[in-house]
Write a protein that binds this ligand. Structure first.
Ligand code: FMN
Length: 128
C-alpha cells in the first residue's frame, strides 16, 4: 500500500480479519499475539488495540506511517488470520490510544463491547 504522507506522519489503520484456527484455541492464540505485539509495537512506537470475538479480529494500529506499514505488512501474512479488510486508513492528528494496552480482549455475543474500556487514557470511543 502507498504511504499517504511523510514516513513520520501519524497514521491510523483499522482492519478486521477472520480467525483461521479452531475456536478452542483462540484464547491461547490471542495471548501469544498480544504478548508479541506488546514487545514489537513498543519498540516502533505503534499503539492501539486488538480485540477478538466470534471468530473475527478487529485491530487498530497508530503510529509513525512507516512503522504502521511495516507492522501491517508483517501481520497480514500471518496464517492465523485471513480475509483482511481495511476499515479505515489515513493520517491522524493525534493518537486515540497512548499505549499498546491490550489485555486479552475477547468480545462475546453477550455484553456490549465498549472500546473505551480498552484504554484508561484519552480514548472515548464507544462501539455499538
Ligand atoms: C490478528 C493479528 C494481529 C497481530 N498484531 C500484531 C501487532 O500489532 N504487532 C506485531 O508485531 N505482530 C502482530 N501480530 C503477529 C505477527 O503476525 C507476527 O507473528 C509477529 O509480528 C512476528 O514477530 P517476530 O518477527 O518478532 O517474531 C498479529 C497477528 C495476528 C494474527
Amino acid at each position: 500500500m502507498e504511504q499517504q504522507a511523510s514516513p513520520r506522519a501519524l497514521r491510523r489503520l483499522i482492519y478486521s480479519s477472520r480467525y483461521t484456527g479452531s475456536p478452542g484455541d483462540l484464547g491461547d492464540v490471542l495471548s501469544k499475539i498480544i504478548a508479541k505485539s506488546i514487545q514489537n509495537n513498543r519498540l516502533v512506537n505503534v499503539t492501539g488495540f486488538l480485540v477478538a470475538g466470534e471468530g473475527v479480529f478487529l485491530q487498530l494500529l497508530e503510529g509513525p506511517a512507516t512503522a504502521v506499514q511495516e507492522t501491517f505488512d508483517r501481520l497480514s501474512g500471518d496464517p492465523r488470520h485471513a480475509d483482511l479488510v481495511i476499515i479505515s486508513d489515513g493520517q491522524a492528528q493525534s493518537r486515540m490510544f497512548n499505549d499498546w494496552n491490550m489485555g486479552q480482549h475477547y468480545i462475546g455475543a453477550s455484553g456490549a463491547p465498549r472500546l473505551e474500556d480498552l484504554e484508561g487514557g484519552r480514548a472515548r470511543v464507544r462501539a455499538g
